[in-house]
Design a protein around this ligand. Structure first.
Ligand code: HGY
Ligand code: MN
Ligand code: MN
Length: 449
């Protein structure tokens, strides 16, 4: 089958053009990597100077291809090409949204989120059509938008998907009191960034304004690398729950306090962390991680009286995740009882598993197929163990994702990698997916969920 993309002029979509686009993506990943709060690491968190600088760079790249750009009321950076109508452009057409996030974890890699935003810009560059007035438009019955989400990771305030939750109309008022490590509230950070908390509702998009959301992202796992394949269709995005634990015992002298009277919070919390690992290892669909762990008062010669630690718990389905959470909390209760400790867990983030829209899975599959030799096996289908903005957007539109090979699956780490060739293959695949979608009837497009 001739791929739709091969019907476009080689001067636009030929291998040289796609290679140019991939080179631009890789080079811009380096540019964005330099926009960091740290001189020796990559860190770009929500409502920071680096967030503003990253948005400004992305806005410039969006405008460069003729997109109208704006920063929404939650700090997401958006670009739009209206749909080419009969006589001009149709400013009311629903949009297919492409993109990912520009924020990072601490000491991040260069590609998590970033590569998806930049690939989206290149796909729009390839598929846009010129207008008589010198502008550009989407050739489809839908507009094309690129969104650089502002806070997918939740690094600064602990609650993830803030930018995409605002777009999905799922903002929670009790988030305003969230504080960062310096004690700055989310509300104060909004004001400092130049955003008005009272206008957060303006970021919301309604289902009828959207055709769907398509995101390219590195796999953040080793499966494609092990399979020797560049791309995969994402079937679903794992559910997530995040907790902040406090384990309390009694701070006592490290020398004079016999073991028989100790209530050592660190040992209780350590047993809890090992329990998470044991229970999750026994489950193939649930993954638990204790990523933060701090003992107080934290002196070498004092038995720790308190430990604060985090739990990141994910499951292919909400039910799997919640059943293991029940078992984890029951065992932690028993550990605390045996050690004379008190514990509490505050849930700071929860997102349900999201099944990717069947039609979007199909067009991503066709897009990947267009990059494979005739007779090749079907593309890999992977459920995402990493969280993504699509978890929030699924509340208002259909979500599709494509994974790129991520050597060793190393991610959330400076050694995170993606190959330029795989980015080129991904650009071609996702462009084909959009072209396939463009050929669907309006009735079909309205049913994407
Ligand atoms: O944590 C995650 O899975 C994502 O990278 N935010
Ligand atoms: Mn991430
Ligand atoms: Mn990500």
């Amino acid at each position: 089958m001739i791929a739709l993309i091969d019907r476009l002029p080689a001067s636009v979509v030929g291998p040289d053009r796609v290679a140019d686009a991939a080179r631009r993506v890789m080079q811009r990943c380096e540019e964005l990597a330099a926009v960091s709060a740290a001189s020796d690491a990559i860190q770009r968190v929500y409502l920071s100077r680096e967030h503003a600088e990253g948005n400004a760079l992305a806005a410039g790249w969006m405008r460069e291809i003729g997109m109208t750009t704006w920063q929404d009321a939650a700090g997401n950076q958006i670009g739009r090409l209206d749909a080419a109508g009969g006589t001009g452009v149709d400013r009311e057409a629903p949009a297919l949204v492409l993109g990912s996030h520009l924020d990072t974890v601490p000491d991040a890699g260069r590609y998590d989120g970033i590569v998806g935003v930049l690939m989206a810009i290149e796909i729009v560059r390839m598929l846009r059509v010129p207008l008589h007035d010198g502008g550009w438009a989407s050739p489809f019955p839908f507009a094309l938008e690129v969104v650089a989400f502002a806070d997918e990771e939740g690094t600064r305030f602990g609650t993830a998907l803030l930018g995409s939750s605002a777009v999905a109309g799922a903002w929670k008022d009790d988030w305003w009191a969230l504080t960062d490590a310096e004690g700055t509230t989310l509300r104060e950070a909004f004001h400092a960034f130049g955003l008005d908390p009272e206008r957060i509702g303006e970021a919301e998009r309604r289902p009828e304004q959207l055709v769907g959301y398509l995101e390219a992202h590195i796999e953040q796992g080793p499966e494609l690398d092990h399979r020797g394949e560049a791309l995969a269709v994402v079937s679903s995005i794992a559910s997530a729950r995040r907790f902040q634990f406090t384990m309390e015992g009694e701070a006592r002298h490290a020398g004079g306090t016999p073991y028989s009277v100790r209530r050592d919070a660190l040992l209780g919390a350590s047993e809890a962390a090992l329990t998470v690992e044991r229970l999750c290892r026994a489950e193939h669909h649930v993954i638990g991680t204790v990523g933060q762990f701090e003992a107080f008062p934290g002196a070498v010669n004092i038995v720790p009286g308190e430990v604060r630690f985090s739990l990141d718990l994910r499951g292919e389905l909400d039910a799997h995740r919640d059943e293991v959470w029940q078992r984890i909390s029951a065992e932690i209760d028993a550990i605390a009882g045996q050690r004379g400790l008190r514990w509490q867990a505050r849930e700071v983030h929860s997102a349900s598993a999201v099944m990717c829209a069947p039609l979007l899975q199909d067009v991503v599959r066709e897009g990947i197929r267009s990059t494979l030799p005739d007779g090749a096996d079907d593309p890999a289908v992977i459920f995402s163990k990493a969280g993504h903005d699509g978890m929030a957007l699924a509340a208002i539109t259909g979500v599709g994702m494509m994974f790129l090979r991520n050597p060793d699956g190393t991610s959330h780490h400076p050694d995170e990698l993606v190959g330029g060739d795989d980015v080129a293959t991904g650009i071609r695949a996702l462009a084909e997916a959009v072209l396939q979608l463009g050929g669907e009837s309006r009735a079909t497009l309205e049913r994407i969920r």
